[in-house]
Design a protein around this ligand. Sequence first.
Ligand code: HEM
Ligand code: HEM
Length: 193
Amino acid sequence: MSRTPHSVSALSVTGSTYSLTLRVLHWLTALCMFVVIPVAWYMTTMDRHAPSRGSWVNFHKSIGLTVLLLTLIRVVTRLSGTAPPLPQRIPAFEQTLAHIGHGLLYLILFAMPISGYINSYGGGHPVNWFWLFQVPAVVPADKALGHLGSKVHYWLAYLTYVLIAGHVLAVIYHQLVQRVDILGRMTGRAGKR
Ligand code: HEM
Ligand code: HEM
């Protein structure tokens, strides 16, 4: 029996990709996330009086606020254009899961930087963005507010880990088990076929 591009072993290519802008924004955001999280783990295990702790915290905050900026640009770009529909070979319930997962990832991309910002500014600690300029305060210095930001930031970090792990596992599943070239939609490869 001859193998068609839709046979189980062939990698099905959808022929539709995200726009270059959305692809660049996705990978820049992913890179920032893979830096900001280990930096957070490192800085929170440091001795509170370690001389370099302040610099690590400022670095964490700078990358975190960069995620917020990238996400704002990304959401405006995403809403002002069209995203490629998911390939039909992906079952409806998996498509629904993907949409929910992506929606929650966007929520995290806003909620983590905003709660971190509230944590810092509520506690009266301004951010010096990559040591270039001081980010203005839009919330009052208020201990209770800062504490609330800290709690939200701490607990949402767990949701962040679960969502990123689920996201990466889903891509691996579609790619290797289902044999649908989902990655090509985010690298640009799918559009070239
Ligand atoms: C996508 C963006 C961000 C992610 C994923 C993220 C993630 C994290 C994680 C995982 C922790 C460690 C939590 C713990 O175990 O204690 C943390 C701590 C912290 N983050 Fe972020 N963060 C982000 C953005 C920000 C921003 C923008 C700020 C401030 C402007 C910030 C301020 C802080 C502070 C001050 C801590 C220490 C928590 C504390 O000791 O109260 N973060 N962050
Ligand atoms: C190795 C890491 C990653 C890989 C391989 C990856 C791969 C992908 C792929 C292939 C898509 C397209 C899904 C589709 O066909 O519609 C996608 C979408 C998406 N990814 Fe990732 N991703 C990674 C990391 C991340 C991270 C760290 C985040 C954010 C925390 C993220 C957030 C998103 C979001 C929100 C979408 C939906 C895009 C939209 O429809 O607007 N990704 N990712």
